[in-house]
Design a protein around this ligand. Structure first.
Ligand code: FDA
Length: 503
């Protein structure tokens, strides 16, 4: 049962939240974590916790009648998506007018559904986006701490050269090399030794059974197996699932009272509860934490919140695209669900691009090379409060994504020219070659040093903190979760040391 008071409360259970809870727990501070999604540990009727990606059921998505997969079509056929019953599934796609955002729902947040790519940004770019954060400290102390806590590992490069699982990546690398571009291996929190055994047929397949966006039944070191397990192990941390925080109220004595809605997995509201705390940490992700503070400011609950709350949101420059391979350049029907290689053209001064070589784990030969390009797009969106739906709405116009498409196109035009290949026009539901109506990497909304001080303390309020991806100003140049983790490690260390957080 939910207590009425806890010295510390963490909202959410993603990267920023998990780091925060572990460090609070180690400091002996009783901490309650509130997560709107489910704990994913009970097998369904098929004996598995997570459903099949190719035959998804209600476990796949968060209260949808039909799945909304990123690759909407194949040869223009709507074969990726299926009707499902509305349920508290693991992947959400939040659709705003001009932009859709994919997020994980459940204990572990995005770690349950993501591609596991654990990449540190180039130091020079980190210094550009967060100039007031000491990069020596980040690269010397907090990135290594994050990588260790997350269980980051590296692929066996000899195995990569000969395995079936990454033939798709080798085909893409060949095309990049022919263009004079360099590729780089990307570290991962998917256990590559487990993957080797999957290919050898000695363990149950997960990444090699097309599992990724609707959860992995094995192999992945999601947060429930790393930081959150360690946090629970301190004996001071508890997690309440299917508990959504709706409102934050400050009492006369400075403590916070949360209005929390408890539901069942079918979406029926069971109770509205109150939980009070002295130290409140927001780890509900870029969308979740920003919405809570935009709502709090606009409804007058926390009127001293600054105008910077809700600003500085970006897509990390995400663009997805496919190239058509020559008939002799087969990828094979087996593609690891976890990417392991990227094209690194970030040093290109005109159009910096880091393009992860993504699988199309359809279980058949597709003759397609897929990419998620991360580009440098200075456009930013912001959130407004919509009283009718009591929610925050992202303001992002489709034109704001054009810079990203231009950058990706300039790189992939070169690759196509060098290889005499063309784009795929059949993957995104119509005939577009570049898809940037969605992002996997929502960042910002409560930017470090703007909505908060330089350590995530919310301006205008004491003992109220932001610890997740909403701190990052819209871009990291690479996949973001290692940076979110490392920044949370840095900030919580300072807060525990300076703000008197104790039992
Ligand atoms: P995160 O979003 O992880 O967690 C927030 C949690 O808070 C969620 O569990 C949510 O349910 C909960 N919550 C929200 N509002 C709440 C409320 N009001 N009350 C209670 N709970 C609430 N990154 C990367 O580095 N490498 C990769 O390979 C990929 N690949 C990838 C693929 C896909 C499909 C997706 C969707 C995302 C990725 N990412 C990624 C992105 C990465 O997963 C993302 O950046 C992080 O999960 C963000 O971490 P946060 O701590 O900000 O929140």
């Amino acid at each position: 049962p939910l207590p009425e008071y806890s010295p510390a409360v963490v909202i959410g259970t993603g990267y920023g939240a998990a780091v925060t809870a572990l460090r609070l727990g180690e400091a002996g501070v009783p901490t309650v974590m509130l997560e709107m999604g489910q704990l994913w540990n009970e097998p369904g009727p098929d004996g598995k916790v997570f459903c099949d990606m190719l035959k998804p059921d209600r476990r796949s998505m968060w209260f949808k009648k039909r799945t909304e997969a990123p690759l909407a079509s194949f040869l223009w056929l709507d074969i990726a998506n299926h009707d499902i019953d509305p349920y508290a599934g693991v992947l959400d796609r939040v659709n705003y007018g001009g932009m859709s955002v994919y997020v994980g729902r459940g204990v572990g947040g995005g770690s349950l559904v993501n591609g596991a790519m654990a990449v540190q940004p180039k130091r020079s770019y980190f210094e550009e986006i967060l100039p007031r954060v000491d990069a020596d400290e980040m690269y010397g102390k907090y990135y290594p701490r994050a990588n260790a806590g997350l269980g980051v590992n590296h692929i066996d490069e000899d195995w990569f050269e000969t395995c079936k699982s990454y033939q798709f990546a080798r085909v893409s690398r060949k095309a990049a090399q022919k263009t004079g571009l360099k590729t780089t291996f990307v570290p991962s929190v998917y256990d590559f030794e487990y993957m080797k055994k999957e290919e050898a047929g000695t363990v149950e397949r997960s990444a090699l059974a097309s599992e990724v966006i609707y959860g992995n039944n094995a192999g992945k070191r999601s947060l429930d197996k790393t930081y959150l397990a360690a946090a629970l192990g301190t004996g001071h941390v508890t997690i309440q699932t299917l508990h959504e925080v709706r409102e934050i109220i400050q009492q006369q004595d400075g403590t916070y009272t949360l209005v929390v809605r408890e539901s069942d997995a079918l979406g029926n509201v069971l109770a509205t509860k109150h939980l009070s705390t002295k130290y409140l940490f927001l780890g509900a992700g870029s969308l979740g934490s920003t919405e809570l503070l935009v709502r709090a400011r606009e409804t007058g609950r926390l009127p001293r919140l600054s105008e910077a709350v809700g600003q500085g949101w970006g897509t990390n420059g995400n663009v997805m695209l496919g190239r058509a391979n020559h008939v002799w350049d087969t990828t094979g029907s087996l593609e690891a669900g976890m990417p392991a290689l990227g094209i690194d053209d970030w040093d290109n001064p005109a159009n910096p691009v880091f393009a992860e070589i993504a699988p199309v784990p359809a279980g058949l030969e597709t003759w397609a090379s897929l990419y998620l390009a991360i580009t440098k797009n200075p456009e930013r969106g912001h959130f407004t409060y919509d009283a009718a739906s009591d929610s925050a709405k992202l303001q992002w116009a489709p034109e704001q994504g054009q810079r990203s498409i231009d950058a990706a196109k300039s790189l992939f035009d070169r690759i196509n020219e060098a290889n005499s290949t063309i784009y795929r026009y059949d993957l995104f539901g119509d005939t577009r070659a570049f898809e940037n109506r969605f992002t996997y990497h929502p960042l910002g909304g409560l930017v470090l040093g703007e909505a908060t001080d330089d350590y995530g303390r919310v301006k205008g309020y004491r003992n109220l903190y932001v610890m997740d991806g909403s701190l990052i100003p819209g871009s990291t140049g690479v996949n973001p979760f290692v940076t979110i983790t490392a920044l949370a490690e840095r900030n919580i260390e300072r807060v525990i040391a300076e703000d008197g957080v104790r039992a």
